[in-house]
Structure formats: C-alpha cells, structure tokens
Design a protein around this ligand. Structure first.
Ligand SMILES: Cc1ncc(C[n+]2csc(CCOP(=O)(O)OP(=O)(O)O)c2C)c(N)n1
Ligand SMILES: [Mg+2]
Length: 358
C-alpha cells in the first residue's frame, strides 16, 4: 500500500502593495484609520531614531549599533498588534518594537551608550532584554510562554528571530517544544535577507522559512514584512489563536542599512539589490496610502518630523546626563543567589576605581 500521509502549503499575505494600494478583499473592516496613522508615525519615529543613533555612534557617543531601517513595518506592525499584557522577546535589532510598546527613549539610548541600566525594561512595556547570541532568545521565549500557560495568565509571547537565527538548533527546539505543549507563542521570523554577509539563498534550501513550522506541526504564514497592515493582521490573528497553540510568521523584509556599525555591506551586496528593495520601502508606501485617503498631508509630515526630532534630542540629552552606579552591572546577574567571590571582587574594584568616571 502506498498513500500520501501529509500535504503542506504556506500562504503569503500582502494587503498594501509597494504603491500604497490596498487589496480591498483583504483589508480588515475593523482596522481604524487612526491605527494606520499610528503605524506610520511609529515607523517614522523608528527610522529617525536609527538615523540619530548611527550619527551618535559615528561621533563616538554610542556603542556598536544594529540598525533597523527597512524593517519598520515588521517591527511596528507586530508591536501594535500586541495586547497590553502580552510579552515580547527580542533579539538585537527590534528597537522599533520597544518604541511602539512605549519604552522611554532615554532607556534605549542608555543601552546604546553602553550602560546596563538600558536593559532594565519597565514593567508595562512587556519586553525582555536584548539578546545577542543568535537564536538564544527562542528557548527563553518558549519557557516564558510555558510559564504563561501554567499560570493561566492568558498572555501571548511574541518572539523575534532573524533568517540566520532559523538555522540554529535553538529555533527548531523552540518550535518543536511549542508545538508539543501548544504554547501561546507567536514566533516572528524577521527575514531581512541577510545574516551579516550570508544571503538568505545560502541559509537554507527551503523555499520559505515559514514552512519550518510545518515539521513542528504548528500554524505558519508568510507575510509581506514591508506591509504594516499584513503584519498587524497576521500577528493579531496569531495572538487570538495563541490559546490553542503557536504560530510562526515569516515577515519578508529587507535590511536596508549595514548589519551593525562594524559592517560594510558594500563588500558583499550590490547597489541594484538595495535599490530594488528601496522601491518597497514600508514608510513610503504607507505615506502614499494615507495621502490617497486624505489622512495625511505635508503640514502633518513637517510637524511630525519636528516633534520626533525634539523628542529624540531630549532623550539623548537625558541619557548623556545619566550618572551610572557601577553596582548596577552586578545587580541583575542573579535573582536570588549571592554573587560569587570573583564577581564580588570585580564589584569592589569597580566601586573603588570610580569605574564610570575614567
Ligand atoms: C551564536 C552566535 N553566532 C554568531 C554570532 C555573530 N552574529 C551576530 S548577528 C549574526 C547574524 C544574524 O543574522 P540574522 O539571524 O538573519 O539576524 P539579523 O542580524 O539579520 O537581524 C551573527 C552570525 C552571534 N552573535 N551568536
Ligand atoms: Mg537576517
């Protein structure tokens, strides 16, 4: 006997195309105009923050930085879909998610200026600290989602991983565990086409990254990650379904800038490729849509830009006046255990040498 025991497929969703035209059949009826304006404002704020941080880094006023330009729709669209009690687990590029979830901007700058205090995320934001080892945030997210289920909090956990991160064992173990235990996890794959200099085409032979979920027996969808409406709706739906189990959402987007400030992308990718993605810019298409609906105009644009500049400059000033306490580096290493003698010695040295004043 021979019979087919499994068939799989992955849907792709785009609501707003690169010209700002929407597919009326897919346009959600209950999506308020004001929500799309909010998406636009947060995406512009995220890009303005990116520009400012790059400039600070080049002046020696910020540490190594991973820019998000190009990925605003994936980050803001998903953040605005979260409910107040939901939690998110970032990797290292999700500054737009933090912003849209209300992280005070001076805290973002504290992190970018190298202070541990920038990793202390206020309760209401619902975010976990930046995670640099690629993919390692995913098992954390699975554990956090498992805890939500055990404690019956009703919260969903939204995690972020890059295209490169989906090749890590941590990713597979997470989605496998999430599938078995039907965890309230929404695993967003922020596919920005590059893992430093490794292109998506060399990352895996799989046609989509979303389809990895199929092997784990869980829902998946691929969306246009430069379309904030498609991202928002897909994440909202996955959150609504999270009580029944996890979803993997692959957001197809593009890293328009460098991997980090330590990288020169002109060494490994062509200007033509970047230009082809610039034409799909999430901010441009959303502005076109809003203008076509008379929800936006030049005056609003100018006043928003001035507001953003004021807000960001004020946050930089506040962060640069911050007087750190060297003890803060040691305070969050353990939750309940006494710190080790070695760390205790380092702490004493830091306090004695007035570490931050050097
Ligand atoms: C375990 C581990 N291996 C390697 C690195 C070095 N590294 C930092 S980012 C990165 C690429 C990540 O690519 P991707 O997952 O696509 O995320 P993106 O940077 O594109 O957002 C690598 C290899 C690391 N931080 N951790
Ligand atoms: Mg990537």
């Amino acid at each position: 006997m021979q019979k087919r025991v499994f068939d799989g497929s992955v849907d792709y969703v785009q609501v707003m195309d690169e010209n700002g035209s929407v597919d009326q059949a897919l346009m959600p009826k209950d999506l308020a105009d004001s929500k799309i304006v909010d998406m636009y404002r947060f995406m512009c704020l995220a890009r303005a923050l990116d520009d400012k941080t790059l400039s600070l880094q080049r002046q020696g006023r910020a540490v190594t930085y991973a820019p998000l330009t190009g990925e605003e729709a994936t980050q803001v669209g998903s953040a605005l879909a979260m409910r107040p009690g939901d939690l998110f687990v970032p990797s290292f590029r999700q500054h737009g998610v933090f912003l849209a979830r209300g992280l005070p901007i001076e805290i973002f700058f504290l992190y970018e200026m190298g202070f541990e205090d920038g990793n202390h995320i206020p309760e209401g934001v619902g975010g976990f600290p930046v995670c640099i080892p690629v993919g390692s945030q995913m098992p954390h997210a699975a554990g956090i989602a498992f805890a939500q289920k055990q404690k019956k909090t009703g919260a969903a956990v939204i995690s972020y991983v890059g295209d490169g991160g989906t090749s890590e064992g941590d990713f597979y173990e997470t989605i496998n565990f999430a599938g078995v235990f039907k965890l309230p996890l929404v695993a967003i794959v922020e596919n920005n086409q590059w893992a430093i200099s490794m292109p998506r085409s060399s990352q895996t032979a799989a046609i989509t990254l979303a389809q990895k979920a199929i092997a784990a027996g869980i829902r998946c969808v691929q969306v246009d990650g430069n379309d904030p409406i498609a991202v928002y709706e897909s994440v909202k739906e996955a959150i609504q379904l999270s009580g029944d189990g996890p979803t993997v959402i692959e957001c197809v987007t593009y890293r328009m800038s460098m991997h980090t400030t330590a990288d020169d992308p002109s060494k490994y990718r062509s200007d033509d490729e970047v230009a082809s993605w610039r034409a799909k810019d999430p901010i441009e298409r959303t502005r076109k849509y809003l203008i076509s609906k008379s929800l936006w105009n030049d005056d609003m644009e100018q006043s928003m830009r001035a507001d953003h500049k004021k807000t960001i400059d004020a946050a930089v000033e506040k962060a640069e006046q911050f007087k750190p306490d060297p003890k803060s580096m040691f305070e969050s290493v353990y939750s309940s255990v006494e710190i080790s003698q070695i760390l205790k010695g380092e702490l004493d040295d830091a306090v004695e040498s007035n570490f931050y004043q050097v």
